[in-house]
Write a protein that binds this ligand. Structure first.
Ligand code: COA
Ligand code: AMP
Length: 631
């Protein structure tokens, strides 16, 4: 069937289309109900189906005769180590860790928080939760104690799984003090913590709360996967919203399994036995979907890479991994390739490796800028596919599709575009009143309901926020928070967020949250944090603060204290690129800070001055201070 026919069928015969796709999954109990509406007035997919995600990712493949195939490859240039796990070996480890969790009284529906670096134990812990129906919540290792505490309070985990340290190029980052501090800050306390002691750092354990991973694993024998309802939650993944409180995106089991298997075939063109590498982190949605769940469910070999695109040891790192494991498709963020292009502008290091197995390159996390698209296409001579998605959807909303369901030939790609809406996602561009806009006109990018399987079920313990964040602005649509347009040939262009969320090196951060941290300093009267352009990281946060009268600290001391405060409370990934002290901030007459105008001034763009501006003179005062900052 052609791509356009698939799109039409998914739109016009939604249940029929997804009923067919649901056959990709080996259910414990096949669903009769395909699409239904739940008490929250939201879509349930395959509501009466039963399955187990850990079974699908592991045991199923052993049963199919793939037990000796490599399931997981751990490649860690930062520790100089490599390890492979066959499907049989990984199944055994996951089954044992599931028993370990069970012995810690973890039951179906309990939350388990996972705060880990990029080591196999992170994936094992996730899959073990899935095996017993516990809901995991992985927190990215780059978040500081306070951020971790916020997530502990919201998810209320019974158990926390962590490691003694992470390694950032050459720096050993002790995780245990961060974890201890977070538990101290949090009002919710876990019953126990399971700590994986790494060779690089052995940490002291808290005797009445902490358990050693290896010691617990030594006596475990392993348990079988339980049967779960399609709608039972698989995980909660926190993502930045516009306020200081992150949103806990809840993912179900059944819809997720169908979406993962569907996407591996139809978006990535992968089949069992292929090697798929998502160079991301398990703390982000890309890591959940495409390091752990989808490649394993599809019977591929997946790579967990503990390193960077550069400096571990050089800009040839990605190509070395691709050669060594015969990677068939590589997925990473544009920022990673900008970093590679900066160090190796001629792509000379690419020629040192045999990349003959590599068929396609996939990019996401931020818009693939045309310069990086052209560089990567020219140097690799491979299809370079920008595809657009978010934590909420869990898989790509738009991508460059194959021409038909044999998944061999691709439609042409277009620089700057994220391709076409994937079948099942009915993307429309709306104006401020919710009216659909014609081709080439920029507006709010929205998805007409229902969303396809695999998308968020709700925000954890906050159905109201779920509705107000995504559903109430334009009834009948899910509002993505992104702005963009569709051109006359149907290609979708995502041009950036319409809210206070920014993307820093592929990491989604909230400027509102950074403002809350700055405002918490006793010298700050008011502040604004905006995402400004950065050639490597796409965007970086920049702060402007107004200081209270009578503050005696010097400007330099204050700036340094404020920058450290953001780093300490949110994490190093949120480091402010710069911060300046100003007399006043530009505002509308109703008191709203004109962040967009500030960003345009800093980025040297044409400035939109809203007619509601309170005092035009502020812009003249700020102009000399802001000019040239982002260059
Ligand atoms: N744990 C602890 N600290 C972390 C961390 C983690 N998991 N990840 C990042 N950090 C720290 C870094 O050590 C650094 O600290 P520093 O300021 O003390 O040096 C800071 O956070 C910023 O890190 P990063 O954003 O990675 O910037 P960088 O300059 O070190 O590297 C890139 C730049 C482009 C190479 C890097 O950002 C990168 O590889 N990005 C790709 C991201 C990605 O894959 N995203 C997923 C999207 S699919
Ligand atoms: P996250 O939830 O961390 O995956 O971030 C999702 C956000 O990243 C989206 O809402 C977009 O703003 C941005 N994003 C992700 N992929 C792309 C892409 N291919 N093109 C443009 N923006 C993207």
């Amino acid at each position: 069937m052609s791509f356009t026919d698939q799109q039409k069928e998914a739109a016009n015969s939604t249940e029929g289309y997804w009923s067919k796709q649901s056959k990709l999954v080996c259910w414990r109990k096949e669903p009769n109900s395909i699409l239904s509406t739940n008490n929250n007035e939201w879509t349930d997919w395959f509501a009466d189906g039963e399955l187990n995600t850990s079974y699908l990712a592991l045991d199923y493949h052993v049963e199919q005769g793939r037990g000796e195939q490599i399931a997981l490859i751990y490649d860690s240039p930062v520790t100089n180590s490599k390890q492979t796990f066959t499907y049989s070996a990984l199944t055994e480890l996951v089954a044992k860790f599931a028993e370990v969790l069970q012995k810690q009284q973890v039951e179906k529906g309990d939350r388990v928080l996972i705060y880990m670096p990029m080591i196999p134990q992170a994936a094992i812990a996730m899959l073990a939760c899935a095996r017993i129906g516990a809901i995991h919540s992985v927190v990215f290792g780059g978040f500081a104690a306070k951020e971790l505490a916020i997530r502990i309070n919201d998810a209320e985990p019974k158990v926390i799984v962590s490691a003694s340290c992470g390694i950032e190029i050459e720096k050993v980052i002790p995780y245990k003090p961060l974890l201890d501090n977070a538990i101290e800050l949090a009002t919710h306390k876990p019953s126990s913590c399971i700590i994986y002691q790494r060779e690089q750092l052995n940490v002291p354990m808290n005797s009445d709360r902490d358990y050693n991973w290896e010691v617990l694993m030594n006596t475990a024998k392993g348990i079988a996967p339980v049967s779960l309802k399609s709608t039972d939650p698989l995980y909660i993944l926190y993502t930045s919203g516009t306020t200081g409180k992150p949103k806990g995106v809840v993912r179900d089991n059944g819809g997720h399994a169908v979406a993962m298997l569907y996407s591996m075939k139809n978006i990535y063109g992968m089949k069992a036995g292929d090697t798929f590498w998502a160079a991301s982190d398990v703390g982000w949605v890309v890591g959940h979907s495409y390091i752990v769940y989808a490649p394993l469910m599809a019977g591929c070999s997946t790579i967990l890479y503990e390193g960077k695109p550069i400096k571990t040891p050089d800009a040839g790192a990605f190509w070395r991994v691709c050669e060594e494991y015969k990677v068939n498709a590589l997925f990473s963020a544009p920022t990673a390739f900008r970093a590679i292009a900066k160090e190796d502008p001629d792509g000379a290091l690419m020629n040192d490796y045999d990349l003959s197995h590599l068929k396609r390159l996939y990019l996401a996390g931020e818009r693939l800028d045309p310069a990086t698209y052209h560089w990567l296409s020219a140097k690799s001579q491979l299809p370079v596919i920008d595809h657009w998605w978010q934590t909420e959807t869990g898989w790509a909303i738009a991508s460059t599709p194959f021409t038909d369901d044999t998944c061999t030939e691709l439609m042409p790609t277009k620089a700057g575009s994220a391709g076409f809406p994937v079948p099942g996602f009915n993307v429309e561009i709306l104006d401020a009143y919710g009216k659909a806009l014609p081709a080439n006109q920029q507006g709010t990018v929205a998805i007409k309901l229902p969303m396809p399987p695999g998308c968020l079920a709700t925000i954890y313990q906050d159905d109201e926020r779920f509705k107000s964040s995504y559903l109430s602005t334009h009834p009948g649509y899910y509002v993505t928070g992104d702005g963009g347009y569709i051109d006359e040939t149907g290609y979708l262009f995502i041009m950036g967020r319409t809210d206070d969320v920014i993307n820093v090196a592929g990491h989604r951060l909230s400027t509102g949250e950074m403002e809350e941290v700055l405002s918490g300093h006793k010298a700050v009267a008011e502040c604004a944090v905006i995402g400004i352009h950065d050639t490597l990281k796409g965007q970086v946060p920049f702060g402007l603060v107004v200081i209270k009268n009578g503050v005696e600290e010097s400007d330099d001391a204050l700036i340094s204290a404020l920058k450290s405060k953001v780093r300490a409370e949110i994490g190093a990934i949120a480091s402010l690129k710069g911060l300046i002290i100003v007399e006043r901030l530009p505002k509308t007459r109703s008191g709203k800070i004109l962040r967009k105008t500030l960003r345009q001034m800093i980025d040297g763009q044409e400035i939109d001055i809203p007619s509601t501006i309170d005092d035009l003179q502020v812009l003249d005062e700020l102009s000399p201070k802001l000019k040239g900052i982002s260059s």
